[in-house]
Design a protein around this ligand. Sequence first.
Ligand code: ZN
Length: 225
Amino acid sequence: MNPYVNIHTHHTGEGINIQDVGEGNAWIDKENQREREEGLEVFYSVGIHPMKLEQVGEDALACIEDTIQLDKVIAIGECGLDRRSPFSIEEQGRILEAQVALAERYRKPLIIHCVKAYSELIAIRGKTKSTVPWIIHGFNNNEQILQQLLGHGFHVSVGAALLNARSNAFHLIRQVPADWLFLENDDKEIEISVIYRAASGVLGLDVEELKRMMLENYKKVFAIK
Ligand SMILES: [Zn+2]
């Protein structure tokens, strides 16, 4: 049986987890917790969330650069752009670009948070000429945006929105090519298995097949043998 792959979570659960530990300060605590949680496979992503720019100091980027060099930190994020932030999109873009530079230097994929700033996000990807994978997490937007993202080579991760039959994610997941898709539970108190069951229902695939496909994508994107 293949493990579940949870591409973006804030708390660990069954299967392979990529746990978001913010800008890395909490990393050691989380690592200790992991040691106690047997049977889980936990990896980490570190990054500066656009809605947390206020809380993190100027040294956050340096902190990330330290933690990203650890083997268990396999991605940068979640980072990105959010129209609701008190910081301008330009300021957010500057912090994002710095994280893209780190992702390139250490060859680690990016986990992207984006709210109402997709064209700016796509522009930054182009401007930085980034060659590492970018994974849009928690996708629940319209068809046009989905097609733009896919057209620009973004991977798309879908989460709890799948549990709502009226959501964009529910209606559009079939448009994501199978090898560009990921699944996640983010900060929701929902087991990753529940998300997989929902996706399997919408996609008409059995859960084992879906797990096999997601594991395959994970290995490819994170260059795991
Ligand atoms: Zn998150």
